[in-house]
Design a protein around this ligand. Structure first.
Ligand code: 13P
Ligand code: SF4
Length: 312
């Protein structure tokens, strides 16, 4: 392992590469990265970096988003198997058919989508800004929201908008919904509960929080939202409802605190396709480049830019 890390460090220096890692990557990849963050934060870093070579340790749609925002940079992903079940839950033909059935509707897509889907969309959103962006759309417009039904249901309930929601879900977060929150709350009465909006329980949990929870201790966040909350909180106990890779970063940020995953089984096998060997090979062999064809990239950039303009 030491030798691999030395090789990676030598290659990144020689090639002036920047290594970006998502919050769900393994601890060893996170520790090597120049930046660790959520899907949107990493794309922003990709646009900001002066380096022309980016090695994206995350899943394919994230590397694609980085490439769309920074078309003149070379973006590599160390494994082509690093996909995403949520992004795969809708394809462009299905979206076109849905749009045809709802000709005046506005299409709002979660960032966990392929470039082709973004190219067919009016707005892109992340978990942290979906409500704000939907609220910015003229109130007489019907909205088609995709692909995550849990985030969609939550946004619909909060905004009260006329919204159709695609029946998509992430297999990791959907399963977290099977775990009993009330048992966990009994076991950790003083903990703050941080829940990713893709979780199978998030929408109902937010809406029913008055009934089941002490509202003040339940928070819905994107992965970077969780990091920020922990940095600013005085609490010493947290229950985390998302992929368990994030625990490595949380423990580093606040070593004095205790972190409990709501589900020990929340493991994204796609994220974990990336390892030290294929990261070294990506740098050594310049592989695998993630490139979106120019026309698709130009169309896909529009909904992302709209989101960035609204959220700043
Ligand atoms: P974030 O945007 O919160 O990093 O989430 C991305 C993701 O894939 C969650 O499963
Ligand atoms: Fe996709 Fe789910 Fe993995 Fe996130 S955790 S990358 S949504 S499969």
């Amino acid at each position: 392992m030491k030798k691999l890390i030395e090789e990676i460090n030598e290659l990144r220096r020689k090639k002036d590469a920047v290594i970006l890692a998502h919050n769900y990557q393994t601890g060893e990849i996170q520790d090597l990265a120049d930046f660790v963050g959520d899907s949107l934060g990493l794309s922003r870093q990709a646009a900001k970096t002066k380096s022309d070579l980016i090695v994206f340790c995350g899943v394919h749609f994230m590397a694609e988003t980085a490439s769309i925002i920074s078309p003149n940079k070379k973006v590599l992903i160390p494994s082509l198997e690093a996909g995403c079940s949520l992004a795969e839950s809708i394809n462009a033909a299905q979206l076109r058919e849905w749009k045809n059935e709802n000709r005046n509707a506005v299409v709002v897509s979660y960032v966990n989508t392929t470039a082709e889907i973004k190219a067919e969309s009016d707005y892109c959103v992340t978990s942290s800004n979906a409500v704000k962006i939907v609220n910015s759309i003229p109130s007489d417009k019907k909205i088609l929201f995709l692909p995550d039904k849990f985030l969609g249901n939550y946004v619909k309930a909060v905004t009260g908008r006329d919204m159709e929601i695609w029946d998509g879900a992430c297999h990791v977060h959907k399963k977290i919904g099977d775990v009993s929150f009330s048992d966990s709350q009994k076991a950790h009465p003083n903990a703050e509960f941080l829940i990713h909006p893709e979780c199978g329980c998030s929408s109902s949990c937010m809406l029913k929080s008055q009934l089941y929870f002490d509202c003040n201790s339940v928070h819905i966040f994107s992965t970077d939202g969780m990091i920020k909350f922990v940095q600013e909180s005085d609490a010493e106990e947290f229950v985390i409802a998302t992929e368990t890779g994030i625990l490595h970063r949380l423990k580093k940020i606040k070593p004095s605190a205790e972190f409990f995953p709501l589900s020990e089984n929340a493991f994204c096998e796609y994220m974990k396709k990336i390892n030290l060997e294929n990261l070294r090979d990506a740098l050594l062999l310049d592989r695998y480049e993630v490139k979106v064809d120019r026309e698709t990239a130009e169309r896909a950039r529009l909904p992302i830019q709209r989101m960035l303009e609204i959220t700043g």
